[in-house]
Design a protein around this ligand. Structure first.
Ligand code: COA
Length: 558
């Protein structure tokens, strides 16, 4: 089928659907929802059999939904309506939630239902549920709806919110008033739930140090002897805030007193005040665990972004892990993302974004170098979540890349203003790519699904385990690897290969060449990277759909 994905942005769910539909042989093109006339033009150019809207904030123009079947993906159970579906579900503590695929009509979320899927809720942030359970359910529901459409015999039914046997209800936008934390009454669980329900966008409007700001990235903490609501200490780049029955760490915030303020680590958003706080233990962004001969480094950095200081801390943790008598070291990233590379928000907020970009990429390269120079044990990148740009190449620095089926990789830098990229990609990529040219991987600006990544050689193993069982499965596989009879031969071969590669061309030469290009990106005449970064972190709406996505707009497209 010719399927047009009409979406506000090419977000994780849209990327996953793109990959799933393309893998099944559909002809897929993408158009961003910019204006009704643009959507009409896209439909006229592409002549789709079906329009699928995974992520929309506005209604589809009537001229389009009257002429074509348009399927809307709604992140709520059947009968649910409204713009804050998942937010309400988390805040209300729903035990089960779901995704509905319905037909677009004049009223938002009110059309006949083509498919519905449910899943048990997990105590997690909105973004985590969206990238996890919602995405998996949406893929199942969209595929089912397409099958029903293809059958030609399915008649979708209208479902009225709150009708007998229908749990879904019509709910308004979840406003800040309803999200507000009452620090004198809300216990830790309630505080965490409210911040989780607003994760990503919009955050919970509150205040820190007497300044209004939106809060994100909260974690439970041990109780502190302080009045509920007061900021008691600092740890990592977070603050420790007392609740009625304990405390929470708050890692990120966005100041509401400044136009265009970015979401930043609290230590950066309130540098002066944060520094004055007493330090406290208990907040660890990086965690090391040992399972017999296998060491595992967890680094669940918020949004997968790795700032200079986080790279430095990861390098220190990596070196400490190397001092342990293990035979395999697993880089596990975080449950949401393996890594998304250097931290574009921290860079944007710096006095000199060019200088901070440089410091950050050098720190990132140091982590990759340490991994590449590890010759006494096997290194494994365990991709529980998606990886993008430099985050992919950090994974490729490992001997083995094992991914959870369903992860999406974006192994290219070009979407960030034609960034050349570093992380030793010029060394690792040609050694990995089995099919086609390494350059083609970098030039292709599209997401790569697990199966395709495995075919290309970017991923060595796809583990078909759910999110909750993936790491356990990785441990089983890693143990089998290090306990195999030929393990010593494997290590000897690895050492010999590294030595031969180094003799042929030192790692430093790859890095110097990459960094010479990056220096031009950061300091040269062409400001594309700086513009692209500012647009990305400022969430500037798209003015057009890039041609690598909108195939119907390419020259000669039919
Ligand atoms: N630095 C800072 N923030 C980042 C980031 C980075 N490198 N990568 C992602 N984020 C943030 C996004 O701004 C977004 O923030 P929000 O929670 O405030 O909405 C959040 O992470 C999720 O990103 P989003 O783009 O919504 O996720 P996605 O799964 O839809 O898309 C990517 C994934 C990787 C395609 C996309 O995030 C991306 O292009 N990131 C930039 C990668 C990059 O160029 N890195 C620098 C070069 S190494």
């Amino acid at each position: 089928m010719r399927i047009l994905l009409l979406t506000r942005s090419f977000n994780s769910l849209t990327q996953r659907l793109y990959v799933e539909l393309a893998t099944r042989g559909h002809e897929v093109s993408v158009e961003f929802d910019i204006a009704d006339s643009v959507t009409e033009e896209a439909v006229a150019l592409f002549r789709p059999d079906l329009v699928v809207a995974p992520f929309l904030k506005r209604a589809i123009p009537e001229s389009v939904w009257r002429a074509h079947l348009c399927l809307i993906v709604h992140p709520g159970i059947v009968g649910d309506r409204g713009p804050s579906a998942l937010d309400w579900a988390i805040q209300d503590g729903e035990a089960e939630w779901g995704v509905t695929v319905l037909q677009a009509e004049a009223e938002m979320d009110a059309g006949p239902v083509w498919a519905g899927e449910t899943f048990p809720m997990r105590a997690a942030t909105k973004s985590s549920l969206y990238r996890g359970e919602v995405t998996e359910a949406a893929v199942r529901a969209v595929l089912e709806a397409i099958e029903r459409f293809a059958s030609g015999s399915f008649v979708p039914q209208r479902v009225a919110p709150g009708a007998p046997g229908v749990r879904g209800r019509s709910r308004p936008l979840l406003k800040q008033q309803a999200r507000a934390i009452d620090w004198q009454r809300d216990d830790t669980a309630a505080v965490l739930r409210k911040i989780a329900a607003a994760d990503g966008v919009p955050g919970v409007l509150d205040s820190l140090f007497g300044v209004p700001c939106f809060l994100y990235d909260a974690h439970p903490a041990a109780a502190v002897p302080a009045a509920a609501g007061s900021v008691a200490a600092r740890g990592g780049r977070a603050v420790l805030r007392a609740t009625t029955d304990g405390a929470v760490w708050i890692g990120h915030c966005r100041r509401a007193d400044r136009d265009g303020a970015l979401k930043l680590p609290v230590a950066l958003a309130f540098a002066g005040q944060w520094q004055q706080l007493p330090p406290a233990d208990g907040y660890a962004e990086i965690r090391y665990a040992e399972h017999g001969p296998v060491g595992v480094l967890h680094f669940p950095f918020y949004n997968g972004a790795m700032s200079t200081v986080q790279c430095e801390e990861l390098l220190a943790a990596y070196r400490a892990a190397l001092a342990r008598p293990t035979r395999a070291l697993v880089l596990a990233g975080g449950p949401e993302f393996f890594s998304n590379g250097i931290s574009l928000t921290v860079i944007e907020a710096a006095d000199s974004p060019a200088d901070e970009s440089w410091r950050n990429i050098v720190a990132m390269d140091e982590v990759c170098r340490a991994v590449l120079e590890t010759t006494d044990r096997i290194t494994v990148a365990a991709l529980q979540g998606n990886a993008g740009a430099g985050g992919c190449f950090l994974a490729f620095a490992c001997d083995r890349v094992w991914a959870r089926a369903g992860v999406i990789l974006n192994p290219h830098y070009k979407n960030m203003g034609n960034l050349y990229g570093s992380e030793y990609w010029t060394y690792t990529l040609p050694r990995r790519v089995r099919q086609g040219e390494p350059r083609a991987v970098m030039e292709n600006r599209l997401p790569v699904g697990g199966a395709q990544a495995a075919r290309l050689g970017l991923v060595d193993r796809l583990l078909d385990a759910g999110r909750d069982r993936f790491l356990a499965q990785v441990l089983v596989e890693a143990r089998a690897l290090v306990e195999a009879a030929d393990f010593d031969t494997l290590i000897a071969a690895k050492r010999a290969r590294r030595a031969a590669d180094e003799a042929q061309r030192p790692l430093a030469a790859y890095r110097d060449e990459e960094l010479a290009n990056m220096r031009r990106n950061f300091y040269g005449f062409d400001p594309s990277y700086h513009y692209a970064r500012a647009h990305f972190v400022g969430k500037v709406p798209h003015a057009w759909t890039p041609l690598h996505l909108a195939r119907h707009r390419r020259k000669g497209a039919v």
